[in-house]
Design a protein around this ligand. Structure first.
Ligand code: C5P
Length: 237
């Protein structure tokens, strides 16, 4: 496979075309951003860790029957994916109260929910990714009711699988964000990445964070936290 022109550059990744129109080449960058790009830093090795962790997780999910855009890991910082049109909705699943939910609704940080909470956010930097409901999604014509249902069901199924995957390495899955895209046949596929950039991951025993909160709230060294997750998942340092 050959890397062609850059199609898109986001906050954490660059996406290139290949000689196959349906296949794209992703390069993970070392840039870290938070609070809608207000906080920005280059953190050496972050791209490698997110690419490795996301590749491991998408491969594991594929073995369990969850299809995604992921095709294969190419190098420490690169992977091949299927081309999809991203649906501009961020699907967040929460098992334990943390982050914006604590701020918005007054839950106690660390409180476990009896049933996971699914939230939908509008993926729009200018608007600051606001929370929205299904009626807003339909009015904005972002997705059909069937697609919304599919995304919510898939997100809850992925939640069950990720909870187990992380439990095996003594990590509690607090919450995470997923993105979905439509392939050329209109199928809704899991897309983007699943990494400590997009999940909250706490040590089961100590409650220590191994995720982007390390960077967001200056709680510690981001690369050390991500490396812990990668090593516990069986990755090579
Ligand atoms: O900030 P908040 O508590 O709403 O985030 C919930 C989860 O979604 C966290 O795991 C966070 O890392 C993830 N998230 C994300 N990208 C965003 C917003 C949230 O990956 N734009």
């Amino acid at each position: 496979m050959e890397k062609k022109g850059c199609l898109y550059e986001g906050k954490a990744k660059r996406i290139y075309e290949t000689e196959k129109p349906e296949v794209l080449w992703v390069e993970y960058k070392d840039d870290a951003t938070a609070f809608n790009g207000e906080k920005k830093e280059t953190l050496l090795g972050k791209g490698r860790l997110n690419n490795e962790i996301s590749s491991l997780i998408f491969s594991t999910l594929a073995k369990q029957g969850v299809k995604s855009h992921f095709i294969e890991r190419l190098s420490e910082t690169e992977q091949l994916i299927r081309r999809v049109t991203i649906i501009p909705i961020e699907v967040v699943v929460r098992n334990v109260a943390a982050g914006s939910l604590v701020k918005r609704l007054g839950f106690t940080r660390g409180e476990t929910f009896h049933k996971p909470i699914v939230e939908l956010y509008y993926k729009d930097d200018e608007l600051g990714d606001p929370l929205m409901n299904e009626e807003h999604i339909q009015a904005l014509q972002l997705a059909t009711p069937d697609e919304i249902q599919t995304m919510k069901e898939k997100a809850l199924a992925v939640n069950e699988q990720l909870i187990e995957l992380f439990k095996r390495i003594d990590v509690q899955l607090i919450d995470f964000k997923l993105e979905f895209g439509r392939d050329t046949s209109g199928n809704v596929l899991l897309a983007d990445e699943i990494s400590p950039d997009t999940c909250r991951l706490w040590d089961i025993k100590t409650g220590e964070s191994f995720d982007k909160d390390l960077f967001r709230f200056q709680q510690g060294n981001l690369q050390e936290g991500y490396e812990t997750i990668f090593n516990r998942l069986g990755g090579q340092a």
